[in-house]
Every structure is written in structure tokens, then in C-alpha cells.
Design a protein around this ligand. Structure first.
Ligand code: ATR
Length: 282
């Protein structure tokens, strides 16, 4: 079988996903292609999807701004993606399009790959900074993975409260303002920056200051352009262990590839290669 895969979104001409999936095809020794299928905002979304159906696409990723918009066009949406209210992976099964969301699980895979010790007892005290779609996915995936101490800091408390509902009262989550989080940072073993603050061209911005980090904490940023965000620079100055944003990109792709092909392809040397590609762009 030759897999016909791709990515819809806008703008996506510079996406790294085609490169990542080409590597997965090689590693898994499978035949397939993965192409950019950009849909412009003024195009007819339904006509573009119809054309993809006619072309016999086996599966595709969905990125900004279509992760929510795609939902009514799918034949089925898996429970996790329903809870997220967003789909990033679609697979064709027996002619039906089924939507999944691998962002949160991909993040957790990336964390485990870099810090396996965190997953031995799962007692780490975790702080999520931000309460958008990415935070929602990561929060839910961390709970599924067995973590039970996860707090959320956000500019707007309501969105954090909304994410907290996902846990059905099973774990205790404190909602903090960004200032409160800054002051209480020493409480946390893992701090995860989940917003786009600090992304190019606003690379000088950091959503919170990291002066109160405790020694030995892990600091993570989902932004990968630039790779070395202001947030991570500050973390490094305080001798934190760093978890870079490109690893979430890599592992959400691994999870999507698994859904399409049934094969879990190892990431091999892609982590280092992505660093080189991204640093070349800076
Ligand atoms: P997505 O859903 O793609 O993750 P989003 O809905 O834009 O992105 O949400 C991103 C997160 O970034 C939110 O937590 C947002 O805070 P609010 O809930 O208060 O809007 C946060 N965010 C974005 N820009 C910010 C800024 N300049 N300062 C602080 N937080 C910011």
C-alpha cells in the first residue's frame, strides 16, 4: 500500500511535518507521501475537503485555523478529540473520516522520552502556564498518564477553570494568576509554557519571570520558533533542565503516523536533526 497523507491549515508552506513524515516512512519501511494541502481562508472549505475525498487521501493532519472547523465535516470524532473540541489528525477507515487529537499525548510522549524518571512515580508537582487549546490537551494527557498534581496559571482565570473541569474532580488543581505563579515557582518540579507568547517575531517576551525556580526543576516551552525562547533562556540561567518545543511537534507526529499506518516508528535521530533545521532558520 502507498499511503497518501498530508496537512491542511493556513499558512503552512514552511511546515516541518512533510519532512518528519518522510523520515517516519523511511524508518518504518513503508511507502507513502505527505504533502502540504494549504486551504486559504477565502476558499470553500467544503469543496476543498470534497476534492481530498475524491483524491483518495488516506489521512491528514489539521492545523491552525481548522482544528475546530473540521469537526462537523467528519464522520466520527474520537472521545479524546471531542473533549479537546479540536482535531489534529484524520484517518480514513472503511470510507469514513475519523478525527483524533494527538497533541496532548504527543507532548507527554516527548516529556517521557526526555525525562523518563518523571514517569516512574508520577509524583511531580506540575505547573501549566496558559489555558488555551494546547494547555487543555497537555492537562488531560498528563492526567491520563497518571500525574495528580497539576496547577494552571493564566491571565484569565475563567479559561483555566474551564480546563480544570476536564478532571471531573479526580485531581486537585489550583488556579493561579501569572503573578501568583511567579511568586510560587519554587513549589514546582515541572513548569510547562503552553502559550504562543515568545514566538517569533516576539522572541524577547516571556509570559512569566523565572527568578524563583527551585534547583533541579524541569522547564518546558511548547514554542519552537525560536528553539531557545526567552522563557527557556531564563530557565537555563537558573540551571533548570530544559525541554524544547520541537519535541512535541515530533511526538504528536509519531502518534498521528501510528494512527494512519498502525506502526509506531521510532524517532531515531530526528530530534537532533530538527534542532539543526530550526537553528538554521533562526
Ligand atoms: P491555543 O488555543 O492555540 O492554545 P489561544 O486560544 O490563543 O491559543 O490561547 C493561548 C493562551 O495564551 C491563553 O491562555 C491566553 O491567555 P488568556 O486565556 O488570558 O487569553 C494566553 N496568552 C496569549 N497571549 C498572552 C499574553 N500576551 N499574555 C498572557 N497570556 C497570553
Amino acid at each position: 500500500m502507498h499511503y497518501k497523507l498530508g496537512l491542511i491549515g493556513y499558512p503552512i508552506q514552511h511546515s516541518l511535518s512533510p519532512w518528519i513524515h518522510e523520515q517516519f516512512f523511511k524508518i518504518a519501511k513503508l511507502s507513502g507521501s505527505y504533502r502540504i494541502m494549504e486551504i486559504e481562508p477565502n476558499a470553500s472549505f467544503s469543496e476543498e475537503l470534497e476534492q481530498m475525498r475524491e483524491e483518495g487521501i488516506n489521512g491528514f493532519n489539521v492545523t491552525v485555523p481548522y482544528k475546530e472547523k473540521i469537526i462537523p465535516y467528519l464522520d466520527k470524532v474520537d472521545e479524546n478529540a471531542k473533549l479537546m473540541g479540536a482535531v489534529n489528525t484524520v484517518v480514513k477507515e472503511n470510507g469514513a473520516w475519523i478525527g483524533y487529537n494527538t497533541d496532548g499525548d504527543g507532548y507527554v510522549r516527548s516529556l517521557e522520552s526526555n525525562f523518563p524518571q518523571l514517569f516512574t512515580d508520577k509524583t511531580a508537582n506540575v505547573l501549566l502556564v496558559g489555558a488555551g487549546g494546547a494547555a487543555r490537551g497537555i492537562y488531560y494527557a498528563l492526567i491520563k498518564a497518571g500525574f495528580s498534581q497539576i496547577d494552571i496559571a493564566n491571565r484569565t482565570k475563567e479559561s483555566a477553570e474551564n480546563i480544570k473541569q476536564l478532571n471531573n474532580g479526580k485531581i486537585n488543581t489550583c488556579i493561579l494568576t501569572l503573578k501568583e505563579a511567579e511568586n510560587m515557582l519554587s513549589k514546582y518540579d515541572v513548569i510547562i509554557q503552553t502559550t504562543s507568547v515568545g514566538m517569533k517575531p516576539h522572541s524577547d517576551k516571556s509570559i512569566i519571570q523565572l527568578n524563583n525556580l527551585k534547583t533541579g526543576s524541569i522547564v518546558s516551552d511548547i514554542v519552537y520558533q525560536p528553539l531557545q525562547t526567552e522563557f527557556l533562556k531564563q530557565a537555563q540561567e537558573h540551571d533548570a533542565s530544559i525541554h524544547y518545543g520541537h519535541t512535541m511537534l515530533l511526538f504528536q507526529a509519531q502518534a498521528a503516523f501510528e494512527i494512519w499506518t498502525g506502526t509506531k516508528a521510532e524517532t531515531g535521530t530526528m530530534d537532533e536533526e530538527l534542532i539543526n533545521i530550526l537553528q538554521g532558520d533562526e
